[in-house]
Design a binder for this molecule. Structure first.
Ligand code: HAM
Length: 400
């Protein structure tokens, strides 16, 4: 039997209902904040991710689903959404239109990682990207919006924050860090590689020995320039005023190289080892880096599989009608009634003649709100028996 590839899974019932429930409600929340839907291709030129996410990152360095297509182009399945959105933004010349543009998207992403609980090779993200706003109030607004999403789904989380500096303060800090790394022995191979590719990524090393060695290392938050420090302070003050709790995490450097200034992650204690439910930050230089006109930007993505593990579908999410006949004679009247009811919404009809108990079970399985049946008595009286499976009430309705 042919099976799904390792780290890839089908979205079957009831996960499919949860997926739709999540997309529908999250889309509504982000639209309130001015984000509108955008979709970009799943397949892109590999160079896009090399230039944006960065060759030093694990995502590009080790985890890409990359191949040469029939036209001899080096392409890959997108490992994340931001780079494609920025490419589309520049390609459609939106960088030349000025003003603020906000987009949301969702869909599959691909990373050839070692699969484990909460870590898949094909997973889904819901992301938002905001272009043209450099004010740190936008950073706060986005964090408040994510909190609204997580609160809506009753998800527990803590918010971790850091500032990754900018082209003014990062290069001198990088030099200091490299000098420290060169005079300290015992770092793992990955850290030694990062020293020459992207040194601040050493803070993300999971090796406990490297973390001990890093204790006396210089820290970026002590080296921020005036603008980065002032923006970060505005963000922190705004979050405090909005009563959003956060933890400052100087080791939070994110796994993608395009970030500057604000970086954040929402982690949940309900998730185990892969505990990041959402992550994002500012990437003020990326549009320019992908040949666009300089445009500040910030965004984030939620891991849909991770949040789905924590979402409980409310009973009221039951939707529509389930129609079933108790006798063969009732089938025609039922078929017509189901069509009539479909003018008002969703109706699922069972063509099997079954007992009331079996139909109620069928309605429950179909996640319907109402179970409607016609038997001998109903047919004679021209009525439909309806049970509300949420309120647990029953009534007899005239068939017409
Ligand atoms: P990321 O932190 O790489 O950021 O991914 C965002 C979220 O996707 C993670 O917090 C996690 O919930 C989920 N995720 C990542 N890898 C996996 C995996 N292998 N299996 C399941 N879930 C996973 C980005 O991708 C950035 N593009 C976010 C962003 C948007 N930054 C600015 N704008």
């Amino acid at each position: 039997m042919i099976k799904a590839l390792k780290g890839m899974k089908d979205t079957l019932f009831p996960e499919n209902e949860k997926y739709s429930y999540f997309i529908e409600n999250t889309s509504k929340i982000v639209q309130k904040y001015g984000f509108s839907f955008i979709e970009t291709p799943i397949l892109e030129e590999t160079a896009l991710f090399k230039r944006s996410v960065g060759e030093s990152s694990d995502i590009v360095g080790k985890e890409m689903y990359q191949f040469i297509d029939k036209g001899k182009k080096d392409v890959c399945l997108r490992p994340e959404g931001t780079a494609g959105i920025v490419r589309a933004f520049v390609e459609a010349k939106m960088d030349r239109q000025g003003g603020v543009k906000r987009f949301f998207y969702y869909g599959p992403m691909f990373r050839y990682e070692r699969p484990q609980k909460g870590r898949l090779r094909q997973f889904h993200q819901f992301g938002c990207e905001s272009f043209g706003e450099s004010n740190p109030l936008e950073d706060a607004n986005i964090i408040i919006m994510i909190k609204e999403i997580l609160d809506f789904f009753d998800v527990n989380y803590t918010l971790e924050l850091n500032s990754l500096g900018c082209p003014t303060c990062l290069p001198p800090f990088r030099e200091k860090l490299v000098a420290f790394l060169e005079t300290t022995e015992g770092f793992c191979e990955d850290c030694l590689r990062r020293k020459s590719t992207n040194p601040i990524r050493v803070f993300d090393c999971k090796n406990p020995h490297c973390q001990t060695l890093l204790e006396p290392a210089p820290r970026l938050n002590d080296a921020l320039c005036q603008e980065c420090e002032s923006d970060f302070n505005t963000l922190l003050t705004t979050l405090k005023q909005a009563k959003i709790a956060y933890t400052l995490n100087p080791n939070l450097v994110r796994g993608l190289d395009y970030y500057s200034k604000t970086a954040f992650e929402f982690v949940s204690t309900d998730l185990g080892a892969q505990n990041a439910v959402a992550g994002g930050g500012r990437y003020d230089k990326l549009v320019e880096f992908l040949d666009g006109r300089a445009t500040p930007a910030i965004g984030f993505a939620i891991g849909i599989e991770r949040i789905m593990d924590m979402i409980k579908l409310p009973d009221t999410n039951r939707e529509g009608y389930y129609f079933g006949a108790l006798t063969p004679e009732a089938q025609t009247a039922l078929f017509q009634a189901a069509h009539k009811q479909r003018e008002h919404g969703k109706v699922m009809q069972s063509y099997e003649i079954k007992s009331l108990k079996a139909h109620l079970k069928g309605a429950d399985k179909a996640h319907a709100r109402y179970c409607a049946v016609i038997g001998e008595d109903e047919l004679q009286n021209n009525t439909l028996w309806v049970k509300d499976l949420v309120e647990k009430t029953e009534e007899m309705r005239p068939l017409n």
